[in-house]
Design a protein around this ligand. Structure first.
Ligand code: MLT
Length: 208
């Protein structure tokens, strides 16, 4: 589907679920709007899913913002693309009649980084978020009070891309926006493993 400004998928919650949660699924580099649908269904089978495709192409690989090299982000682009994605989320909330109070962003790698940037810039509508293998997307964000008040960050202890110290730095920045942040480490590298999914399920159950 190519409307509301982003190619995306919207999968409604199963029939009969009252006040469903909506998971905003944000893929990693080279992914697309279909990639994380199964992950979303596994994390919460009762939720609706909204999943946009990043609009930046790096050698044909979709991303949510430009980078200058591996781990070196074009921060002006991070800011512009965060606003663009926030505008899409606002349009989707209206179009699909999503309750923003029930929205949880779930991002992996580049998708986690754009979602973290939206929180740090104060343009995120989602009150909760789960970031898998996240990095610091903005080195010196201006102080804001974010609407996002609960965040789970799940990092890989042996991650060569999102190094563990990035998780700790991101935790501090997000705490400065007023969010409660739970930072956990998996015995893993950059790839997701079963315990990431289990931790996300448990965390969602704990905030429900
Ligand atoms: C990725 O491969 O997606 C990254 O290393 C994270 C990013 O560039 O945002």
């Amino acid at each position: 589907m190519n409307d509301l400004g982003f190619i995306h998928r919207f999968v409604p919650a199963p029939a009969g679920i009252d006040a469903p949660r909506t998971l905003l699924m944000l893929h990693g580099t080279g992914g697309n709007e279909n990639d994380l649908l199964d992950l979303g269904r596994t994390i919460d089978p009762r939720a609706a899913i909204l999943s946009p495709r990043g609009q930046v192409l790096e050698n044909g690989a979709p991303r949510f913002f430009r980078r200058l090299a591996e781990g070196v982000f074009d921060e002006a682009d991070v800011v512009a693309r965060s606003h663009e994605l926030a505008a899409f989320v606002g349009e989707a909330i209206r179009h699909y009649k999503i309750d923003p109070a029930q929205m949880v962003a779930v991002g992996y790698s580049n998708g986690a980084n754009i979602a973290a940037a939206m929180v740090l810039l104060g343009v995120a509508e989602f009150p909760k978020a789960i970031f898998f293998r996240a990095m610091v997307p903005l080195s010196n964000p201006a102080p804001v009070t974010a609407k996002t008040n609960g965040i789970l960050i799940s990092e890989g202890r042996f991650d060569q891309i999102a190094h563990p110290d990035q998780g700790a730095h991101l935790e501090r920045l997000l705490q400065q926006t007023g969010a409660k942040v739970d930072l956990i480490f998996q015995t893993a590298g950059h790839e997701l493993i079963g315990s990431d999914v289990a931790a996300a399920q448990q965390w969602l159950a704990s905030i429900a």
